[in-house]
Design a protein. Structure first.
Length: 135
């Protein structure tokens, strides 16, 4: 029943300071667990709910989740470095930092729940499966 609407995990590439780190599709579920653990901690809240909140997750939790994802992908970065990088941009009222924070939330949501990420980003499965035809 679900096979017609479900897709498998896809490779995910995360970027930190201009360097790309890729997690193959067959390691996605473990990546999801790492992100969920970092976001939820001992709160008992579902990670998806935290990501979907109007104000988003607490910045420290967001930094820890993104840091966990980056480390899982092979990046050597500490959570406090991720957090301070976010805070530096936000403290300067940098529009790019606000956009980057929003993008981080969407990236984590797209990893934790690929179908929800596709739906929220306006991804159209039918269009993505066909190549544009020349005029």
């Amino acid at each position: 029943v679900y096979s017609s609407i479900m897709q498998g995990f896809e490779e995910v590439t995360l970027t930190w300071k201009g360097e790309a780190f890729t997690v193959p599709a067959d390691r996605q579920l473990m990546l999801v667990a790492k992100i969920e653990d970092a976001l939820s901690g001992d709160t008992g809240e579902q990670a998806i709910g935290m990501l979907l909140r109007r104000e988003g997750p607490p910045y420290a939790r967001l930094a820890m989740a993104f840091g966990a994802a980056l480390r899982f992908a092979g990046c050597h970065v500490a959570d406090d470095v991720v957090y301070l990088s976010m805070m530096d941009g936000l403290s300067k009222n940098d529009a790019g930092a606000v956009a980057s924070t929003q993008e981080s939330i969407m990236a984590l949501l797209s990893i934790v729940s690929p179908p929800m990420g596709r739906a929220l980003s306006g991804y159209d499965e039918k269009k993505s499966l066909t190549k544009p035809q020349p005029d």
